[in-house]
Design a binder for this molecule. Structure first.
Ligand code: MSP
Length: 518
């Protein structure tokens, strides 16, 4: 990541139901990346938001007996509250009912019509009245029938607008052949490439208002609204200044673009990998302007997908209330391997938090603070030439910055956290080996005591700074206790820190008692 600016987006969440833990994982992952790159001095623009249109929202609203706009805005509010609770530091917020977005979507539709990328055609097929969707052979059961879950199935002839996706299929295949790295992890790139070979035909991008009214109207045909994906994907550019009336917004857009899209495994094929890339190509984006994708796995519960039907949906509000937002952020980032599924467990969350944060970093910080207060009245002055043991710990701290950056660039946040904890571990072992409590008894060991305490305090500051993208709130408390600002990539190795003044020790990571409920 050598670019000076980085544009990170997440999927925008459907407003047909309240947020669950899967939504939270994705936003936490994106937030840790946004904060990490800010710490590296990059100009980060982090965009997230909500997907407010479409059939799912219209149906949920009708079940709730309220208009779709009110329903979508109630759910939107829950997402906003959750992101605040979880310290998600987004710079841009996308709501697809926003007039600016609507204008960009309509503008793109008109452009595509003018360049002959859209046409109107009739489609006849089987249609489920209950689910309000056309059915294909994929929906047939083992007996070759459409099962009772589809309700009444009728044959319907419908006229719609189509996007000439087939004109871009060849381009997409060769683009991916030449840029397989645009999708991480690599096996997802292969999956997408294989899917392109199997796709054919064009994409239906309209819905007749007679069956779906909750969407963006076609600017040149007002009896249709835009298919929700053709609307939602455009958020990535419409909320970042693309085609804004203000030229400075447009130039900011181009200074940010292309984006790193952080999305779940279910929406790479076909939505992002096929629809979005071909849409961008049709709009006029060059190969160099194509985005890249970090495709994460699913957070499951006891091996099962979270679902309302199974009744195993985990409420992130409740989790952060019971365990704290920091514990939740930390556990998800430390334990989940990017790109793979993970089983969520409150036992693992508790175990990792207690052993690494409460006993690891918390212990290092407490013992350092207590000893500095006891032996040095709370003030520690940088020793002019620390002992070789102290210097070796300090060098490890400085080197950890590079390992963290390399792991983050390789989409391995769990490895970044592991290297920070190997530093904390070294510092706790150093404390045992140096035993400052013994050195304090011997006035001739005063220099060694200063060196040991200095190395422990400095390492606590380095570890807290490196952890700050993952634990923004708790690490600020550590900085307050050390009365020293957190370090960044530009000042960590040449820090002019020459004194630590310890404030009254406060436990930053109180242990989680195992009887806490989820
Ligand atoms: N609205 C579309 C995305 C449009 S992007 C232009 C959508 N919304 S969603 O609410 O269903 O999902 C939002 C994100 O959450 C997706 O990236 C999806 O993969 C992710 N997750 C949904 N369930 C998840 C888990 N159980 N675990 C991890 N992420 C999951 O798709």
């Amino acid at each position: 990541m050598n670019r000076p600016s980085i544009f990170i987006t997440t999927a925008i969440d459907y407003t047909n139901a309240p947020p669950h833990l899967g939504h939270a994982y994705e936003k936490i992952l994106a937030d840790c990346y946004a904060r990490h790159y800010r710490q590296r001095g990059k100009a980060v623009f982090f965009l997230t938001g909500v997907d407010q249109h479409g059939q799912k929202v219209q149906q949920a609203a009708s079940r709730a007996g309220i208009p779709p706009a009110s329903y979508a805005s109630q759910i939107t509010e829950l997402f906003r509250q959750l992101w605040q609770k979880l310290d998600i530091s987004y710079d841009g917020w996308a709501e697809t009912t926003h007039p600016t977005h609507k204008k960009v979507v309509q503008n793109i539709l008109s452009q595509l019509l003018n360049q002959n990328d859209l046409y109107k055609a009739e489609h006849s097929g089987f249609y489920s009245v209950r689910q309000e969707q056309f059915l294909t052979d994929k929906e047939r059961n083992e007996k070759g029938e459409f099962g009772p879950e589809w309700g009444e199935v009728i044959e319907l002839v419908e006229e719609n607008w189509y996007f000439r996706l087939s004109n871009y299929r060849q381009w997409l295949a060769s683009f991916l052949d030449n840029h397989p790295d645009c999708v991480f992890p690599p096996f997802r790139s292969v999956e997408l490439r294989n899917a392109i070979n199997k796709t054919s035909g064009d994409l239906c991008i309209s819905r007749p208002k007679s069956r779906l009214s909750w969407g963006i109207e076609f600017p040149f045909d007002n009896s249709f609204v835009t298919y929700v994906w053709f609307d939602a994907l455009i958020n990535y550019i419409s909320f970042a200044g693309f085609r804004s009336d203000d030229p400075s917004e447009v130039s900011s857009f181009w200074s940010r673009w292309p984006a790193l899209h952080i999305i779940g495994k279910d929406i790479l094929v076909p939505a992002h990998g096929i629809y979005w890339l071909t849409m961008l190509k049709a709009i006029g984006f060059s190969d160099d302007q194509m985005p890249s994708f970090l495709v994460h796995g699913y957070i499951n519960i006891a091996g099962e997908k979270m679902s309302k039907t199974l009744g195993n949906v985990v409420d992130p509000f409740r989790l952060s209330e019971n365990y704290g937002a920091g514990a939740l952020r930390y556990y998800l980032m430390a334990e989940c391997i990017c790109g793979q599924d993970m089983d969520f467990s409150t036992e693992r969350l508790t175990l990792r938090y207690n052993s690494e944060l409460a006993n690891g970093l918390g212990n290092l910080l407490n013992r350092t603070a207590n000893m500095v207060r006891r032996y040095r009245n709370g003030t520690l002055i940088r020793p002019p030439s620390p002992t070789p043991q102290a210097n070796s710990l300090i060098s490890q701290a400085i080197q950890t910055w590079q390992s963290v950056a390399a792991s983050m660039d390789a989409f391995k946040p769990q490895e970044a956290i592991a290297s920070i904890f190997s530093l904390v571990d070294s510092a706790n072992k150093f404390a045992e080996a140096e035993s400052p409590w013994k050195l304090a008894k011997d006035p001739t060991q005063s220099h060694r005591l200063d060196s040991a305490l200095w190395a422990m305090a400095l390492t606590s500051l380095h570890a807290a700074s490196l952890l700050s993208p993952f634990l923004p709130n708790e690490t600020q408390k550590i900085a307050a206790q050390l009365q020293s600002p957190l370090l960044t990539y530009s000042n960590h190795s040449s820090s002019q820190q020459d004194c630590f003044q310890f404030a009254e020790p406060q436990p930053v990571f109180p242990r989680i008692e195992t009887n806490t409920t989820s």
